[in-house]
Structure formats: C-alpha cells, structure tokens
Design a protein around this ligand. Structure first.
Ligand code: HSE
Length: 401
C-alpha cells in the first residue's frame, strides 16, 4: 500500500481524496501497490462526514507515521504550508502540491531539501490546473531555448473578463460567480490583482530559464481597473482583453510581466474563455507550442495533483521532474527597458501626440487608439507631459504584439 496524507480539505484537497476513490481502478493500474489516503489534516470538525475516521488536527500524527510516504499539501499560502512541507521532506516523505505561492517563493530551497533527503517535491498542479505544462516544458521541450511564454494563467480573471465581454456582466457579479464555482482564491484579491498569475509565470520562467525568477521584480497589474466603456469600444472593434503573464528570456536575462492585454479576437489566446487557461511557449526549435485546459476547479486541479502522486509511485522514487537553481546574480530585466504597444482612451490629446497605428473610436472629444510599439519609459514620460497640459487618460492597456 502507498499511504498518502492530504493537508487541507478545501476545494482541491477534497477533490484529491474523492478522485483517488472514484478513479481507483485507473489510478492504480500498473502500480505494484495501491494508493490509499490514510490521513487528512484540517483544523475544522467533520463529524458524520464520509471520511470522518481519516481526519486529524495534529500534523505530527502524519509526520511520525512511517507508513505515510507521500504528503499532499493543498493548504495554500506560505504558512503553515512551508513548515509542514519542510518537515515532511526532511523525514524522507515526498510532497506533492498545488500551492503556487509556496513554489514560486521557496521552490528552489524545497527542491534542495527534497534532494538531500531522497524525497521529491512535485507541483504540476501549481500552474494551469488540469493542463500538463510544467513536465512537458521541463522535459519534452528540453532541446529548445525557450524565448517567450505567454499565459492565461488565472481561471477567475479569465472567467470575469469573458462574462464582462460576452454577458455584459459587471466585474462584481462575475467575481461572485467565479467564487461560487470554487475558482477564486480564499482572498480573491490575489486573482484580480494579478498576484496568482505572477506566481505562475515565475514558476514557468524558472523552468524555462533554469533559474529562480524573482517575484518582486515582476511588474504586476490586475484587472480591477478594466471599465465597461473600454470593453464595449474594444469588443466593437474586434478586440478582447485577457490577463496575460508574459515572460521572455533575452541574453540569459529574464523579463516577466503580468498585465491585462488587448488582443485581436483572431489571436488563439482570445479563444480561451471562462475558466480555461492556456500557455503559449515559443521555442527556438519548435516555434509556437500551445497548452490548453481548465485552469482551476476541484477535479481539474486534483487531476494534476494525483498524477504527480502516480508518477512518484510508478517511477519507483525517480519520477520525471523539472527543477531550477538560485541565480548567482540578478537576472531580471527592468520593465522600463522593455517596449509595448498601448491601447489609450483619453481626452485632451490628439492622434499626433503618439505614433498611432489604429484609431478605435473618436467621440465627444474623447479618442481611443492603439500606438505602435514604444519603450515603456518613453510612454510614461509622454503621458506625464500630456497630463501636465490637461490631458486625461481614462484607460491605458498594453496590447499584445
Ligand atoms: N484562483 C486560481 C484561479 C486557482 O482562478 O486560477 C487555480 O490556481
């Protein structure tokens, strides 16, 4: 028997326990020993629950149980998840997680701890929910120099943006729906402010570059300032908005940014709707490769978690893996040194004030247009100058090149 313990019986944790039971035949096919959930850690009471005999509130019961070889951490956040993970790894137990916050911040250290203790730290579920992307990126695409990654990496914001464009829903109503469906984080500001996407692009770029990506250096902008006025103008002109995590490897340096982006409805990423995520990877040998699937939710995420457990069981303690190291020096490119195209809606400016590629609307003294590609620093300086002369910028959204 391969005994596992699940830490945290929330949306993902309960999905893992139920999936291991529901798909037992498929999951255990080809394994020498069957996977069994022996304990579930949660601070809440589960009197009368179907799994009531499995619950404990004491982590040490799991830590000191030598029959438990794999710990599944679905608590989320930094603490106590980090302490529990470290302790389990040091005891020689492998840890599987969906916790992107922990992986992005402490993945490097935890992978070293795992290696030192002949255990494994696996986290396929931390990016893209159901989508197999970390393993393919680290193994199947290993012959490539990855130059760019563009990802729709947050189901909640993608659901909100889709509902705002296609159902005319307000931001607040769409967020409530995403919460009811179990997509949103406990504190949904991590979704709508872009921090969840930031952690996921950091993980993807760490695998792509081989080095830890410093989250503090990732410029992060969420979707809270997207207005219905812009949704209507852009929709009519054949554009959509998606929250994009973009990473770039350039001369061994890395750039990463999270921001809403205007994209043509003909672009493959515009077809990614509702809770779906997509990751587009540019490799120097492959050209574009795209991964697509449900990025959040109980069973889609549980699917990736349980697959990691199966890999640990199947490959006899040597599963296919992906990793990265801490860099010796800062590898991050400053956002100001990068360039973008910009969608601008403003009053008090004319099309001559920027190198305008396309005018999208012009009415009642207000103009909306898309600029040609320009340096971020130059754009900010031009905006400031125009504001001093009385211009009012009502919306600025980057456009996908
Ligand atoms: N809150 C996250 C999302 C969950 O909406 O994508 C999956 O990481």
């Amino acid at each position: 028997m391969i005994n596992v313990a699940v830490l945290g019986f929330g949306v993902v944790g309960s999905g893992v326990v139920e999936l291991i039971e529901k798909n037992a035949e498929t999951i255990n096919k080809g394994l020498k020993e069957q996977i069994k959930v022996k304990k579930i850690l949660d601070i809440r009471d589960f009197e009368g629950h179907k799994y009531q005999d499995l619950f404990t509130k004491d982590f040490d019961e799991i830590l000191n149980d030598d029959e438990i070889s794999i710990v599944i951490e679905t608590i989320g956040g930094k603490e106590p998840a980090r302490t529990f993970t470290e302790k389990a790894l040091k005891k020689g137990k492998s840890v599987v997680t969906s916790n992107k916050e922990l992986v992005a911040a402490f993945g490097s250290e935890l992978m070293v701890t795992a290696k030192e203790n002949n255990s494994y730290y696996m986290f396929e579920a931390s990016v893209g929910g159901a989508i197999p992307v970390l393993r393919p990126l680290g193994t199947c695409l290993a012959a490539n120099n990855i130059t760019d990654i563009w990802g729709i990496l947050n189901g909640t914001t993608n659901y909100i943006l889709t509902r705002m464009f296609e159902g005319g829903a307000s931001f607040e109503d769409a967020l409530k729906e995403a919460q009811q469906k179990g997509y949103a984080e406990r504190d949904p500001s991590a979704d709508v402010e872009g921090h969840d996407t930031m952690r996921k692009i950091a993980i993807l770029m760490a695998i792509a570059s081989g080095y830890e990506t410093n989250c503090d250096k990732i410029m992060t902008e969420g979707i809270t300032s997207i207005k219905q006025e812009d949704v209507k103008i852009l929709d009519k002109a054949g554009y959509a908005i998606r929250l994009i995590g973009h990473g770039k490897v350039c001369d061994k340096k890395v750039f990463a940014r999270v921001s809403p982006m205007v994209i043509s409805k003909n672009h493959p990423l515009a077809g990614v709707k509702d809770v779906f995520n997509a990751v587009m990877v540019m490799g120097d040998a492959t050209d574009e490769v795209m991964f697509y699937g449900k990025g959040a939710g109980k069973f889609p995420t549980a699917s990736a978690v349980v697959a990691d457990v199966i890999d640990i069981a199947k490959f006899n303690g040597n599963p296919p893996k992906y990793s990265w190291e801490k860099p010796d020096a800062d590898m991050m490119i400053d956002i100001e040194d990068t360039s973008s195209m910009f969608y601008v809606r403003a009053t008090g400016i004319t099309k001559q004030d920027f190198d305008v590629l396309e005018i999208i609307s012009e009415q009642n003294g207000e103009i909306a247009f898309i600029t040609s590609e320009m340096n971020e620093k130059a754009f900010i300086a031009a905006k400031k100058q125009l504001e001093l002369k009385g211009a009012e910028f009502k919306a600025v959204i980057r456009k996908l090149l």
